[in-house]
Ligand binder design. Structure first.
Ligand SMILES: C[S@@+](CC[C@H](N)C(=O)[O-])C[C@H]1O[C@@H](n2cnc3c(N)ncnc32)[C@H](O)[C@@H]1O
Length: 338
């Protein structure tokens, strides 16, 4: 059976017994959230997340600062985590929030996967982003899992790549539909015969559907990204299973992911009413939020050795998040409605 990559990935990841409906993401790959997920996921809300609690706690602190910037003097404040996975980021933010902010927070995780059994009751779990969000929407490594089609350049122009889900074999199919050809022209013009592109239109639409649900505040998408003029000439489709990169076979046995054209998502967000846009790297975004990776002074080791070790551990977690050759190279797209 031959399917487009979009249809095959949809079935493999989200169809009956699909990868994301049965697997815990942190068992298969590390994200900025899950790098040390064991240290925070499922921790009782309100329990102090120590400085050594992991990369997710560092990210949670940064997200809390982003959220605090959006808090007016009073009233409810939403935190919506889209593609929340195991909900570790939401748990981490709640744990770190000072009481006055926490009492105003409405925290919602959005995921197509079932609600994790140990998620604290005060965190909502929804299959779609609620209407009228007032606060912060964060989507860490969500858009790269929105299925898309793959095309290959031929002497007759771009043709869809069809895949056999049982073994990943490929053959060329039809010409893409007009809207997809227009997307390729605008966002990923193909070069010589043999070059490939991934049609990001479903991701643009997914992102726009978030922006329209924002009544006030900001939405942030964090992902592996590329920009117009620097797209990977043969695409970026990849598979992950059990912590290792594997061939992207869409049979439900592995994650299927591809880097995100965040610049196209930004334009889609503007098309539905985003009034401010910034597109930067995780390194720059987190440094501006106080994540510097700075090591503690050696003097501290003399009078507080435990504190010194804790600070050193935190510095190394921060450094991992802002590593320009690793997670720090991720794109951060921020858009607001007001
Ligand atoms: C790579 S995981 C990221 C998990 C978490 N945000 C992290 O950074 O560790 C992607 C998540 O997005 C979810 N997802 C994919 N498409 C979705 C959709 N349309 N609506 C809600 N969640 C979705 C998947 O089920 C999965 O849990």
């Amino acid at each position: 059976m031959w399917l487009t990559w979009r249809a095959a990935t949809q079935r493999a990841l989200y169809g009956e017994n699909g990868f994301y409906l049965r697997e815990r993401p942190s068992a298969h790959f590390r994200t900025s959230v899950s790098a040390a997920v064991g240290a925070t996921a499922g921790a009782p809300v309100g329990a102090a997340v120590s400085a050594t609690a992991g990369t997710s706690a560092v990210l949670a602190g940064a997200v809390l600062r982003e959220l605090a910037e959006l808090a007016g003097p009073s009233g409810p404040l939403d935190l919506v985590d889209v593609g929340a996975g195991e909900g570790a980021l939401a748990v981490g933010v709640l744990a770190l929030a000072p009481q006055e902010l926490r009492s105003r927070l409405r925290v919602t995780c959005v995921d197509v996967a079932p609600r994790p059994p140990d998620l604290p009751e005060e965190i909502g779990w929804e299959p779609v982003v609620p209407e009228g969000v007032e606060g912060l929407v964060i989507a860490n490594e969500w858009l790269d899992n929105v299925p898309l089609d793959v095309v290959e350049q031929t002497s007759d122009g771009p043709r869809l790549v069809m895949v056999d889900p049982s073994d990943g074999a490929e053959q060329l199919g039809d010409t893409p539909e007009e809207a997809d050809l227009a997307w390729l022209d605008r966002w990923w013009p193909l070069g010589p015969v043999g070059e490939r592109a991934e049609i990001g239109r479903p991701r643009d639409e997914a992102w726009a559907s978030v922006i329209v649900r924002l009544a006030r505040g900001r939405a942030v998408a964090v992902d592996y990204a590329h920009r117009l003029g620097a797209r990977p000439p043969y695409g970026s489709l990849a598979g992950y299973r059990g912590g290792a990169a594997v061939a992207p076979v869409p049979d439900g046995s592995c994650d299927i992911t591809a880097h995100v054209a965040l610049d196209a998502c930004a334009a889609a967000g503007e098309g539905v009413g985003a009034v401010t846009t910034t597109l930067t790297t995780q390194r720059e975004a987190l440094r501006a939020l106080g994540v510097t990776g700075a090591r503690p002074s050696l003097d501290l080791a003399g009078w507080d050795p435990v504190g010194y070790l804790r600070a050193l551990s935190r510095a190394s977690l921060e450094a991992e998040l802002i590593d320009p050759h690793g997670l720090g190279a991720f794109g951060w797209l921020r858009q607001s409605r007001s």
